[in-house]
Design a protein around this ligand. Structure first.
Ligand SMILES: [Zn+2]
Length: 363
């Protein structure tokens, strides 16, 4: 397995401390095993049932908090039947644990002693927990405006918490400066191992639906790691003939910060940096997604679209979902808020999955 730059195609060994290519391009992991139905460890009730398909294929000593295998629950919101994938039941309360679990195992084997990361909350909490579990030291750079609950969660796991004033991007710069001093930059959006972990959500959906892909996936998108993980996972299933086509990917952004929506509207191949405004969907408040080109290509290839919803619609959708017993943070509710806009695109008989990404208890 190698890391390949998506811009210039240069390759690097998978144990490099580099977090992007010399040319500035982002990495993808190449040479991964792909999906093999007969290699699922059916007695393992976690995402490690797919270990033969992950870059962590060993039996003993896997670092885990029991992540993966989240329930798939049917409900109806705004007249649309959906299957909700309850990712907020993950060990730290968000879908990020899938990516972090795989990444931390890779890093432990590499002998990494110290990691840095920047996050608006969920990714930082996830890394802090798995760092604690593995004995790796973690330092998390967060925007000072992040939710106090999330900051408290990061701190209680024992990670060093560094609050950075100013926009989200300042926290990224601070983490990257710390990485230049010798720490491993465990960025959930630059690092290709996190996408490997996230692809398992597609495998699970396929198993839980009795060996089929949904027609549609509706997802909140900031840096787009969940969307790209799903895309990767369903592609693995497609390439071995276990599904006939990819689900349509519907990427939902928050109107106050919607660079991918802007780019999609203008029929561009990549997002351009935008002036963003505050939004209740803080987890996807990303002015310049580093994998924008990949996200837009995946959406177009699958026949999906990019949508944007207002904060008002998001909060109403959060409440609608809570009235059905499902309590998520506002960032997760943007996907539900987009359902009325999709009414003409999604037929009654179609199967639609919405991953519910983060717990309402965090917000
Ligand atoms: Zn490059």
């Amino acid at each position: 397995m190698n890391l390949r730059c998506l811009s210039c195609q240069r390759t690097y060994p998978q144990d490099t401390y580099r977090w992007r290519c010399e040319c500035g391009g982002v990495f993808e992991l190449e040479g991964t095993p792909g999906f093999a139905q007969d290699k699922i460890k059916t007695d393992d009730i976690s995402l490690w049932r797919y270990r033969a398909m992950l870059p962590v294929n060993y039996e003993e000593g896997i670092i885990s908090l029991g992540e993966g295998l989240t329930p798939l629950v049917e409900t109806q919101v705004y007249g649309t039947n959906i299957h909700c994938k309850l990712e907020f039941l993950a060990p730290t309360g968000s879908f990020k644990d899938r990516g972090t679990a795989v990444l931390i195992n890779v890093l432990k084997r590499m002998g990494v002693k110290r990691v840095v990361e920047d996050s608006s909350g969920n990714a930082g909490a996830s890394l802090a927990a798995y760092a604690a579990r593995s004995g790796i030291e973690a330092e998390i750079y967060v925007p000072a405006y992040a939710s106090p609950n999330k900051l408290a969660q990061i701190a209680v796991y024992g990670a060093k918490l560094v609050k950075v004033e100013g926009p989200r991007e300042r926290a990224s710069q601070a983490a990257q400066e710390a990485a230049a001093q010798g720490a491993y930059y465990a960025s959930h959006y630059y690092n290709p191992f996190t996408l490997e972990g996230l692809k398992t959500i597609a495998y699970e959906i396929w198993e839980q639906l009795g060996g089929r892909a949904p027609d549609n996936l509706v997802l909140p998108v900031g840096h787009g790691t969940l969307l790209l993980g799903d895309y990767r996972g369903f592609n693995d299933l497609l390439s071995v003939g276990l599904i006939e086509k990819l689900p349509r990917l519907f990427a939902v952004q928050a109107e106050p910060c919607a660079p991918l929506y802007e780019a999609y509207q203008r029929e561009l191949d990549d997002a351009f940096p935008i002036e963003k405004n505050e939004t209740v969907a803080e987890g996807i408040s990303i002015a310049q997604p580093v994998r924008g080109r990949q996200i837009l290509a995946a959406v177009r290839e699958t026949g999906g679209t990019v949508l944007a919803v207002s904060d008002e619609e998001t909060l109403r959708a959060r409440d609608e979902l809570a009235r059905r017993g499902l309590y998520v943070e506002p960032t997760s509710a943007v996907a539900i808020a987009a359902l009325p806009q999709l009414r003409d695109l999604i037929k009654d008989e179609e199967l639609t999955v919405v991953p519910l990404t983060g717990s309402g208890l965090k917000s």
